[in-house]
Design a protein around this ligand. Sequence first.
Ligand code: SF4
Ligand code: SF4
Length: 279
Amino acid sequence: MLKAPVNKIIPFSNVDGPGNRTSIFLQSCPFRCYYCHNPETINMCNHCGDCVDLCPVHALSIKKGKVVWDSTICVDCDTCIKTCKYMSSPKIKEMTVKELLVEISKQKGFIRGITVSGGECMNHAEFLLELFKKAKKEGYSCLIDSNGIHDFSKYEELLDLSDGVMLDVKAYDDQFHEYLTGASNKQVQKNLNYLLKKNKLVEVRTVLLPNSPKQNEITVTEVSKIIQDKTLYKLLRYRPFGVREEGIKEIGNTITTEKEANKLAKKAIQLGAKNTVVV
Ligand code: SF4
Ligand code: SF4
């Protein structure tokens, strides 16, 4: 039976798309963004066992060479996540679509829909298709939160079924994108245009970095010219909280100023991206 590794489920979120939504975070991501706020979603746990003895309530153990997490005694202190050197978590649950729908149904009547995020949820596109088929039947709207690394034109059925994609454009300059994330943005750019054409782009997000004003400007300019007023453009001020050490070293520990963000939002609006907001 089809399963996906679920890192966490946030029952109620109002920052992952329109309305109140249940957000589901699937494990694994091909990017290594310096400013990643949930680096524990990047890699699958390699069962090294380093975190096991650090758990203050003995919720972790090793059975047959694998780390086992006992959610019934875990106190969510996140010591295991904070000490994992592999950007992973021992608290990942392999779940079927049916099991996930049971979790979602606990919020039924109080949410507009679901948003699947990560990690990179499109790493599990086959699972998403099955999930969305069933979730739509239950009346939930279904959004994909993606970094755009996978070619969306190959997933027409999933896209048609979904209510749209929230796409990160972390940098428009390919070299800078590669420095920031470890991967090229050529596919991200293709997806940006493709999703717009398909009318499936719910929002675009760019994190504004405090130490890279030139790159911020290039990204905001190029994205604005492409999206115009056809979708929401969120400019997110970099905040160093929860960012991994390497990220702090590269980007710094200051917040992008409101002044810088507002200046770029003004520019985006002037270029035609009328639905630009600073977050
Ligand atoms: S989050 Fe849970 S499993 Fe991890 S160290 Fe804390 S109590 Fe143990
Ligand atoms: S979560 Fe990290 S430290 Fe713990 S077993 Fe997995 S890879 Fe090792």
